[in-house]
Design a protein around this ligand. Structure first.
Ligand SMILES: Nc1ncnc2c1ncn2[C@@H]1O[C@H](COP(=O)(O)OP(=O)(O)OP(=O)(O)O)[C@@H](O)[C@H]1O
Ligand SMILES: [Mg+2]
Length: 221
């Protein structure tokens, strides 16, 4: 039996082609690095290799905690192939455009999971509604950790919220209270106990305050 049994291609993006299938019988996705035609090939390889390694390392360290993100099943850095568990559900971008979905519950749950990650000193780095999955039974999960980092710096945590807020207002302006619901979840989440070597993550309220500061900086410059 082959370790990887491909089912279908689910995404062809600028950097990676993603397919779903089974890895040793387990539902999984396989991301393969794609060369970009318009970029210097050497630089290109370095950048995407770096992102895949970042994702693999980050997810592997996160797997110690009970937080809904994929588990790494296989990583071949030299070929640019990463296999991870499939997170069931539908992308947030689609859910928010579906009539009748419970946006309040879903976005509050997003805020909770983002705060849980932040309380571990983890920053996602690319919080868009494409990189969040919602499932009725499992709630929210986060995917796509190629731009992630470990830090408890308040500016980086605030920026994570800023990126998500930009995405919500640009792509989902019709969901009026979106950010308010995200922040409800963020403030209400139960933090993990931080065991890293940085100073402990700032309280949720302070990160939201920093977010507002970042917003006002963006507005006036
Ligand atoms: N673990 C996973 N479980 C379920 N779906 C996934 C998973 N990983 C990726 N996908 C699906 O594949 C898509 C692309 O994956 P991902 O976001 O990780 O790559 P990407 O780096 O954003 O690709 P690109 O930047 O080239 O568009 C996701 O938006 C999602 O639909
Ligand atoms: Mg993505």
């Amino acid at each position: 039996m082959l370790a990887w049994e491909e089912n279908e291609v689910i995404h062809i993006g600028a950097e990676a082609a993603v397919s779903s299938g089974l890895f040793l019988g387990l539902p999984a996705v396989r991301k393969v690095r794609r060369p970009r035609a318009y970029r210097n090939p050497k630089l290109d390889q370095r950048l995407t290799k770096h992102r895949m390694a970042t994702e693999a390392r980050f997810l592997s360290r996160l797997s110690e905690y009970d937080i809904p993100t994929p588990k790494i099943l296989s990583f071949e850095q030299s070929n640019g192939v990463i296999i991870q568990t499939l997170m069931p559900g539908i992308q947030l971008v689609e859910i928010l455009r579906t009539e009748g979905s419970d946006n309040r519950e879903i976005l509050t749950n997003c805020g909770e999971i983002i705060r849980k990650l932040h309380s571990l000193g983890g920053v996602h780095g690319d919080l868009t509604t494409n990189n969040i999955i919602w499932d009725e039974n499992n709630g929210v999960s986060l995917i796509d950790f190629g731009l992630s980092m470990w830090t408890t710096e308040i500016e980086k945590l605030g920026l994570d919220l800023q990126v998500f807020s930009e995405c919500l207002s640009a792509s989902h302006p019709e969901v009026e209270n979106a950010l308010e619901w995200v922040f409800d979840g963020y403030v209400g989440a139960k933090d993990f106990e931080y065991s890293g070597s940085d100073s402990p993550p700032p309280p949720a309220k302070d990160v939201i305050e920093r977010y507002h500061l970042i917003r006002s900086r963006v507005r006036y410059h």
